[in-house]
Design a protein around this ligand. Sequence first.
Ligand SMILES: NC(=O)C1=CN([C@@H]2O[C@H](COP(=O)(O)OP(=O)(O)OC[C@H]3O[C@@H](n4cnc5c(N)ncnc54)[C@H](OP(=O)(O)O)[C@@H]3O)[C@@H](O)[C@H]2O)[C@@H](O)CC1
Ligand SMILES: Nc1ncnc2c1ncn2[C@@H]1O[C@H](COP(=O)(O)OP(=O)(O)OP(=O)(O)O)[C@@H](O)[C@H]1O
Ligand SMILES: [Mg+2]
Length: 389
Amino acid sequence: MPLLAPTRPVQAFLLLSTCLPDHEYLDRPNTNNCMLRFTAVLRRQQFLIRALSGEAHSRGATEIKVMAEGNLEADAVSILRRITPLLDPNRNKGQAGKIAVIGGCREYTGAPYFAAISALKIGADLSHVFCTKDAAMVIKSYSPELIVHPILEESYSVRDEDKGFISSKTVAEVAKWIERFDCLVIGPGLGRDPFLLDCVGEILKLARRSNIPVVIDGDGLFLVTNNLDLVSGYALAVLTPNVNEYKRLVQKVLDSEVNDQDASEQLLSLAKSIGGITILRKGKSDLISDGRTVHVVSSFGSPRRCGGQGDILSGSVAVFSSWARQVQTTAEEDATFSTSNPMVLGCIAASALLRKAAFVAFESNKRSTLTTDIIEHLGRSLEDISPAC
Ligand SMILES: NC(=O)C1=CN([C@@H]2O[C@H](COP(=O)(O)OP(=O)(O)OC[C@H]3O[C@@H](n4cnc5c(N)ncnc54)[C@H](OP(=O)(O)O)[C@@H]3O)[C@@H](O)[C@H]2O)[C@@H](O)CC1
Ligand SMILES: Nc1ncnc2c1ncn2[C@@H]1O[C@H](COP(=O)(O)OP(=O)(O)OP(=O)(O)O)[C@@H](O)[C@H]1O
Ligand SMILES: [Mg+2]
């Protein structure tokens, strides 16, 4: 079942729109033309799906799985159109979103940058990064657009007797800002230093007390998988695990192995077991559940698996879920929409946009496609679906 009623009337249009870049069919209003291109793209997609599954030799099995998942396919284009705000000259800086990424350490500076810059490229007004001192100068040098706070500390730079004081100081620093943020992305490039993770656990508790939505990714998932109480039952929390992170989560919460045959049921039960938080399981198809519903986003995508695409996704989920919450508070009467979980809507929108941008970037860059190329296609990809004005 789609989450939203179609905002534009023709069903066939929506069917096409889940499979084809908008510019491909909007340029060609002729239906026959459209159908020919649709068939060609569908064939190309099915080939891609078979190739990606590594089961090109067992075609029947793959197609059955795709058909079964197809029933849950989200109407991502309608959701993107519904929640993306128009650029209105009466709005002020900040109203399109203020996002903060908590991540970035000695080893990883790319991940927090990707998440934070993606939020801006999609249309958020302000994007902050809270990272370690070592990472801050590097991240600042990537982009003058980001507001970078060098406040996190790792064990190697703190004496044992100072840890309590430093931890309180770090959390107090974030507390000064937290009410201004629409969403925190916790974990891209955070690393696994125990002292740093303890501090971030305190920041997560603070976000929860302040009712600030959180998207947990990367090493943030390492933290919460070992401390489930940090997020359990928090409806404004989204987890975005990749294959390894999901495996660890399933083992910890369900005490079992990942079951790809009943992937939707397992995800549903995982989300329910953590108190109805939203989980976006990343993979060949992205699966999204809050313990009540399961949705699949499998449109577009790319066979290139360069690191950093998950970071784009986490920054994007933060923006789209904030927009979904904003639209719901101002939306006219529409029961289906206003009762939908905004965190789920944000996941569907982010997944669809990332996959579309990755597809378009791959079309031109093929094997050399990098995360920065995908980021460059976020704006155009969103514009094709939901024009700015
Ligand atoms: N350009 C950048 O800056 C990018 C930075 N990135 C950042 O990298 C971080 C890790 O994310 P990832 O995606 O590599 O983790 P994942 O798939 O779970 O693990 C793969 C394997 O590595 C291992 N392992 C991981 N961390 C370890 C550690 N500290 N020490 C020891 N082992 C560790 C892990 O082992 P295991 O979990 O099984 O113990 C598994 O075998 C995260 O902060 C992410 O945001 C990415 O976003 C990409 C772009
Ligand atoms: N096998 C695949 N085929 C097609 N698309 C995929 C595949 N695996 C992942 N993706 C897409 O890439 C996005 C990022 O997922 P991925 O598993 O690479 O995250 P990640 O490992 O956390 O990335 P990062 O390197 O940023 O940490 C997903 O949302 C999904 O849409
Ligand atoms: Mg990741």
